[in-house]
Design a protein around this ligand. Structure first.
Ligand SMILES: C[S@@+](CC[C@H](N)C(=O)[O-])C[C@H]1O[C@@H](n2cnc3c(N)ncnc32)[C@H](O)[C@@H]1O
Length: 298
């Protein structure tokens, strides 16, 4: 069985230990969504990490990841293309839009080119709040690694099903009277239609100052319906966090009619390729970016 890398053994130990991220300690919040580490159960963050070539997975994660690869080998390219989009959109926001505050919801396990690395490389004073609903993903170790002295990086345990709760916790670290960029990358597809993902994004947008941004990337079956749906079926059989794929029109709807930044909602690898960090392979995600305080001008 594969196990955690030395760097993340501490992370996983911390996640398994009682009293993780005690509320009020250094800006970390308690995470209560899972009572204990379950290495025999495939985990969405570790499966994604496997596709990205990470070392922090267990046998159950590898079995799930490989099962999806057999149905849709391009899932690996899709994961890398999504990370490249993260780098491009954060770079665009920090450099070209002057954003200095980022709220990264469903941030996942640490991986190269994380939000704080990209943002603070451009502006060291950037403040980044990581949010995830799984205790494995967030640990004091992650936050300690995360910031320049001029900036800040805070971890919050919270669930996207409660957007007001996320904003209520993040206000301790971010100034919501000023622009904030909310990143919802490869996470909204974990919300079923019955969870009202359009309403969740709208609730987040309602808490942001004009001139804030919301970036979304989202799994789609548009480019290979049969293969992607087979891959998702395998995933949903083996991973408790179930995925719902959405079409281009459905992903566009998630933005709630806010002003789309060109080029609009496009295949993830196509979004502003001029910025760099281009990953050229086709990928099964749509992506886009909106600015708050205006209506869509598509
Ligand atoms: C596929 S990873 C994406 C990581 C990162 N955003 C990226 O794009 O590289 C999805 C992450 O979202 C988290 N997640 C899933 N459902 C969530 C929810 N309802 N609330 C908060 N986080 C969630 C998972 O724990 C996992 O860490």
């Amino acid at each position: 069985m594969a196990g955690p890398s030395p760097a993340n053994k501490a992370l996983i130990s911390a996640a398994a230990a009682p009293g993780l991220c005690p509320s009020g300690a250094s800006g970390h919040e308690a995470i209560s969504s899972r009572p204990r580490l379950e290495p025999h159960v495939a985990h969405s963050a570790r499966v994604y990490g496997y596709w990205l070539g990470g070392a922090d997975y267990y046998l159950a994660d590898r079995i799930a990841a490989e099962a999806v690869i057999r149905k849709r080998p391009q899932v690996v390219d899709s994961a890398f293309a999504n990370r490249a989009f993260l780098a491009r959109v954060v770079r665009y926001l920090a450099r070209q839009r002057g954003v200095r505050q980022f709220l990264d919801i469903g941030c996942g396990l640490p991986a190269p080119g994380s939000t704080y690395e990209v943002a603070q490389a451009i502006a060291p004073q950037c403040r980044v709040v990581y949010v995830d609903n799984d205790r494995l993903v967030l640990s004091p170790a992650r936050a300690q690694l995360a910031s320049t002295p001029e900036g800040a990086c805070t971890c919050i345990g919270a669930d996207l099903h409660g957007p007001e709760t996320i904003l209520g916790k993040a206000v301790r670290a971010l100034d919501f009277t000023r622009p904030v960029a909310v990143l919802l990358l490869a996470v909204l597809h974990f919300l079923a239609d019955s969870d009202d993902p359009v309403g969740v994004v709208a609730a987040l947008a309602a808490g942001l100052a004009p001139g804030s941004f919301i970036a979304i990337s989202h799994l789609t079956a548009d480019f290979a319906p049969d293969a992607v749906r087979a891959g998702v079926a395998a995933y949903n059989t083996l991973v408790p966090a179930r995925i719902t794929v959405r079409s281009h029109a459905q992903v566009t709807e998630l933005f709630g009619g806010l002003s789309l930044i060109p080029p609009g909602v496009v295949p993830v690898a196509e979004w502003r390729r001029d910025i760099g960090d281009r990953f050229g392979q086709p990928a099964d995600l749509h992506a886009g970016l909106v600015v708050t305080g205006g209506r869509c001008v598509r």
